[in-house]
Design a protein around this ligand. Structure first.
Ligand code: PXP
Length: 265
């Protein structure tokens, strides 16, 4: 299974001080040395972390394939079409959110997404769509001729945090998931089943299947057991560990878990 390292949060730290350090570009050399397969960055409409200049510099200098996440906002699409990236991943975007909260609604934006995909295919860019485990959305991804989908693992990851970490005892407990443990467990099992079914259906339709959001060093195991998933895009947990262990070690630790499939439940 391949690892795409999302380096947005290196830019988040830079933006906290509004200077030029740390530079996300530097992370790419380290990620390559550590054995990562891809760099993922999100050009958000509010430019809260990655900026247009980062995208230009990274596309010019990266030794690794670059996957750019973006919304279907016309100005963003226009600027990325000019830069001819290897891959884009279309994601929903909501200005108020802390991070991407749900999957893209392809059905509600069918024609617009179809046009965007056509335009990127004309310049040789492959297109992935970040979606929930909804079979209707997977069929729509096929209809608009995306090559790939990325399954949103956020629901699964949140349930794992509430069941198996100290999150419920912190100020960031997920209020909507403060429910009896037996119900949490049921939802957790269902979220894994949904990911398995969605991956199978997508692969059967001829789509490549990636997954990401909220994945960390403790919740990988059920995801690694889904044979149709060929790539994981992981950011926050790797950058969080990098603060203590260094980025190279944090990426190597993740790759080791992915390779030996001994990740903890
Ligand atoms: N994949 C997509 C499409 C995302 O939007 C994000 C978050 O930017 C990630 C993967 C990485 O998620 P996390 O930072 O929770 O690992």
């Amino acid at each position: 299974m391949l690892l795409g390292v999302n380096i947005d949060h290196i830019a988040t730290l830079r933006e906290a001080r509004a200077i030029n350090d740390p530079d996300p570009l530097e992370a790419i050399f380290i990620a390559k040395r550590a054995g990562a397969h891809q760099i993922t960055i999100h050009l958000r409409e509010d430019r809260r972390h990655i900026h247009d200049l980062d995208i230009q510099n990274i596309l010019q200098s990266s030794f690794l394939p670059v996957n750019i996440e973006c919304s279907i906002n016309p100005q963003i699409i226009e600027s990325l079409l000019n830069l001819k990236p290897q891959r884009i991943t279309l994601v929903p975007e909501n200005r108020e959110e802390i991070t991407t909260e749900g999957g893209l609604d392809i059905q509600a934006n069918l024609q617009r997404i179809q046009e965007i995909i056509q335009a990127f295919h004309c310049i040789g860019t492959e297109v992935s769509l970040f979606i929930d485990t909804d079979i209707a959305q997977i069929c729509a991804a096929k209809e608009v001729r995306a090559e790939m989908i990325e399954l949103h693992t956020g629901t699964y990851a949140n349930l794992h945090l509430m069941l198996f970490s100290n999150l419920p005892r912190t100020q960031h407990s997920l209020k909507s998931l403060e429910i009896p443990r037996a119900s949490l467990k049921e939802l957790y099992e269902k979220s894994i089943q949904d990911l398995q079914n969605a991956a199978k259906e997508a692969k059967w339709l001829g789509l490549e299947v990636a997954a990401g959001h909220g994945l960390n060093y403790h919740n990988l195991k059920p995801i690694l057991k889904i044979p149709e998933i060929f790539e994981l895009n992981i950011g926050q947990s790797i950058i969080a560990r990098a603060i203590f262990s260094g980025l190279e070690q944090a990426i190597k630790d993740m790759l080791t878990l992915m390779q030996n499939k001994e990740a903890k439940d």
